[in-house]
Design a protein. Structure first.
Length: 560
């Protein structure tokens, strides 16, 4: 490793120092998700950090499932996690592990603690354990079962494993210090009785280890050098170290905490996300409104944009909330460079160009992406009848309005200047069709007499339009920090999903494959839905709008 390498954050500084002093010669990190739900955008930061550190320092990063709670975990969640990690661009190679694979070894280490007088079987109920634990201002009290003999504890623990006792009737606890100011050190529970089939071990076990016991030992068994956790585990670090100091594990990993990623206008709690799903507020873990990686992938976010976002957020020691607009800015920047442009009319209004020859079709040339000339051009059919957006016409326009109105002109994108001559309405007074004329001398820009036509609108040829459903997604919540309020469900945004059934797309989009992304001109960035879109039944999701509020906010701050 180069001596001149500069650390990008405090964790890299620790690793560089460990390499310099020879404490470690090889770096091994791990990403340890629990398979009890889908990964969310906060996990992306941890994934990028752990795999990124291993990549930067020539080491390895393990993917290890923390699967010690059989009632909440499943193969579905484990497979979804593996898909998400790979989608982000990372590979664990041969480093795929499961805490469940260590159950026998974990049991052996628990027996070692008992033999050394460092653990005991407790008969207190869960409620009594909480009562005896004390409070932040009052010390805890020792359990009346704390001073059982080693022989009795070994016998009871073996019988717990054999299934002799009911669920919840006994636990194994560490014997540490009931007066410790750190609540986690007040004789924490190490094992509980729970009769539930495990998705990997079936009914082989009826006792399961707790996370605070499993995690440090799993790290040590895998030779992890730097165990990187989010800040909520900072108070658990003394227990992490205590476990490693009191059992004969092969090495001593170092736990380091960093600030988790919190996003405005959303929640990342698996429990709260599951409630949103179960109560029908969203359609599932991959609903494009939820911040799961499956959801944002379906919405059209790219892994490159998410990795860029995580890099910009950086690694800090203090929790904070990042504006959702910053993530949208990263997505927009990435798609702006790569997304081909297309015309899409989402709320169509029919326009008949009365002086254009009936039956005639022209092919107009359109640029595929002005940011990348190498993407070339495409042909757009133009005919007598077209569709424009309803909002691009007003009967009584306000001052400064530059789109179509009675007697006014507007330029069609890549096409001619048209003028509104007549307005047709239904019996309820709704505008249903416009009658216009076109100026054949205005193709390609400009006007022969030099008159100025300020407005430019998009359009689609009616005869060639491809029908599609378009789903407009917006923020899931109407308040900035929904995770901080108890009644967060009352702040779900009723406009978080608007479905438009009668959209008209340019014909080139008929070939769109699920996952293909485009910039619909003047509308935003859209992605063909990876679940519902298919040939002849196109469904597009709005990934992000064209408006970049975060970039403008940054510009305003720089001017101050």
């Amino acid at each position: 490793m180069s001596e001149a390498m500069q650390p990008a954050n405090f964790i890299e500084a620790i690793i560089l120092e460990d390499l310099r002093t020879g404490k470690h010669t090889d770096i091994v990190t791990r990403f340890p998700p629990e398979p009890n739900g889908y990964l969310h955008i906060g996990h992306a930061k941890s994934i990028c950090l752990n795999f990124g550190l291993a990549e930067k320092f020539g080491g390895k990063c393990h993917l290890r499932f923390d699967d010690t709670d059989p009632e909440k975990e499943s193969v579905e969640y484990a497979e979804a996690i593996k898909r998400d990690v790979k989608w982000l661009g990372f590979d664990w190679g041969e480093g795929l592990y499961h805490a469940a694979d260590y159950f026998e070894q974990l049991y052996g280490y628990a027996v070692e603690l008992i033999k050394n007088g460092k653990a005991y079987v407790d008969d207190l109920s869960p409620e009594e354990i909480r009562e005896y634990r004390g409070t932040l201002t009052e010390p805890g009290r020792e359990s009346p079962y704390r001073n059982r003999s080693v022989e009795e504890n070994l016998d009871l623990f073996q019988r717990m494993r054999a299934g002799e006792f009911p669920d919840g009737s006994r636990v194994l606890r560490a014997k540490i210090d009931m007066t410790s100011p750190n609540m986690n050190m007040r004789d924490p529970v190490l094992y509980r009785i729970k009769r539930a089939d495990h998705y990997r071990t079936g009914d082989e076990w009826c006792i399961y280890p707790m996370y605070d016991f499993t995690h440090p030992i799993s790290d040590a068994l895998e030779g992890i050098t730097h165990s990187i956790c989010t800040l909520e585990f900072e108070d658990h670090r003394p227990l992490y170290d205590w476990v490693l100091e009191n059992v004969s594990v092969p090495c001593r990993p170092q736990q380091i905490e960093f600030a988790r990623l919190n996003l405005s206008y959303t929640i990342t709690s698996k429990r709260k996300l599951l409630r949103l799903i179960e109560e029908g507020y969203v359609a599932g873990w991959d609903d494009p409104r939820v911040p799961t990686l499956a959801g944002v992938r379906r919405r059209g976010y790219t892994p490159e944009a998410i990795r860029d976002f995580c890099e910009r957020v950086g690694v800090a020691k203090k929790n904070s909330t990042v504006d959702m607009a910053m993530l949208e800015h990263c997505v927009r920047e990435d798609l702006n460079q790569r997304a081909p442009r297309a015309m899409a009319v989402l709320r169509p209004l029919k326009v008949v160009i009365e002086n254009y020859p009936e039956g005639q079709v022209e092919e107009l040339e359109a640029i595929n992406n002005p940011e990348d000339p190498g993407m070339g051009t495409r042909k757009l059919p133009f005919s007598r009848e077209i569709f424009i957006e309803q909002e691009d016409f007003m009967e009584v326009p306000p001052k400064g309005y530059r789109r179509l109105a009675p007697g006014r002109e507007v330029r069609l994108r890549y096409g001619y200047v048209i003028k509104c001559e007549d307005v047709l309405k239904d019996e309820d007074g709704n505008v249903v069709e416009l009658r216009c004329t076109y100026d054949p001398a205005t193709l390609g820009g400009g006007t022969p007499d030099g008159r100025k036509v300020r407005g430019i609108i998009h359009w689609v040829s009616a005869a060639h339009a491809v029908p599609a459903e378009v789903r407009l997604y917006d923020r899931l919540f109407t308040i900035e920090n929904p995770g901080e309020v108890e009644d967060y469900l009352s702040y779900v945004n009723p406009e978080s999903l608007v479905v438009l059934k009668d959209c008209k797309l340019e014909p080139s989009l008929a070939k769109a494959e699920p996952g293909d992304f485009y910039q619909f001109e003047r509308q935003g960035y859209f992605c063909a839905d990876i679940v519902d879109s298919k040939p002849g039944e196109l469904v597009f999701n709005r990934t992000v709008a064209l408006k970049d509020s975060w970039a403008r906010m940054q510009q305003r701050q720089q001017k101050k």
